[in-house]
Design a protein around this ligand. Structure first.
Ligand code: NAP
Length: 250
């Protein structure tokens, strides 16, 4: 039987590929992001696609979108996938970027959850797209890593508070995936997956109602092994990859 999904962050990358998979198998898909160009072109082909353009930083737009979904029959699955990533080289500090990152990656999923819970059907699912960066503090990812670690923390609290028989919480930890978000990266990205492969793995995990969905496994194990090192060793190892060498003599 077809289910009703709201994919927030659906315009490109993993979210777009996830939409394609769901549309092809006949699920009802509400798709949101600021620019839905590619999906709007698919709408004539897929009557099961409903485009709801919005900026997740606009809380009223989120409310209006949720009200529409509720009025049209409610929801089985929320996928909080929208994300932004800004790297900062110390001593740079860009408050606007930090605030945007926290708003999109953390505050918006919290608001979307609050909006969706009342309309979530029995055996509904909340899916939060965190990041492998949540497992290990990596240089230059101060706001991104902090936002994703906080999102995972929040999701685990939701998972322990909500009755599991009624609401399944899944947290997704992708490693590197080839998307517009990583196109800006100027460093090696080991074990990088295509967005379509990432979406396939993610959907398989969602269908199996898995609590955590992590990929690629070997990359995640590698990061988690480093995270388990004694703190001084872990810091020393990570410091080696940092570009910041302190104040240079002028
Ligand atoms: N790619 C990776 O290696 C990787 C690794 C770990 C985790 N992730 C996470 O995976 C998720 C998907 O990222 P991706 O890699 O597929 O990157 P992406 O192609 O850049 O997708 C990000 C999505 O978020 C949407 N978005 C960003 N800001 C938004 C806003 N203010 N309002 C509404 N939508 C907004 C974008 O749409 P618009 O710009 O059109 O609004 C886009 O649909 C993100 O949460 C990311 O942090 C990615």
């Amino acid at each position: 039987m077809s289910r009703r999904y709201w994919i927030v962050g659906a315009s490109t990358g993993i979210g777009l590929e996830l939409c394609r998979l769901l549309l092809m198998r006949g699920d009802q898909v509400y798709a949101s992001a600021r620019r839905l160009g590619e999906l709007e072109q698919l709408a004539s082909q897929y009557p099961n696609l409903h485009c709801l353009p919005l900026d997740v930083q606009d809380s009223q737009a989120c409310e209006a979108a949720a009200q529409r979904i509720a009025a049209e029959g409610g929801l089985d699955v929320l996928v909080a996938n929208a994300g932004v990533c800004h790297y900062m080289d110390l001593p740079e500090f860009d408050l606007a970027k930090v605030q945007q990152t926290m708003q999109v990656n953390l505050v918006a999923p919290m608001q979307l959850t609050a909006l969706c819970l009342p309309m979530l059907k029995d055996k509904g699912q909340l899916v939060y797209v965190s990041s492998a960066a949540a497992y290990l503090p990596l240089p230059r990812a101060q706001s991104y890593g902090a936002s994703k670690a906080a999102l995972s923390h929040y999701a685990e609290i939701m998972a322990s508070e909500l009755p599991r028989q009624q609401v399944q919480v899944s947290v997704v930890y992708p490693g590197f995936v080839d998307t517009p978000l990583t196109a800006q990266n100027d460093f090696p990205m080991p074990m990088r997956l295509s967005a379509s492969r990432a979406a396939q793995i993610m959907l398989r995990g969602m269908d199996a109602r898995r609590s955590t969905i992590r990929f690629p496994t070997s990359f995640i194990l590698f990061l988690r092994a480093i995270a388990l090192l004694p703190t001084p060793w872990r810091r020393a190892l990570i410091r080696k990859t940092s570009r910041y060498k302190g104040k240079q003599p002028s």
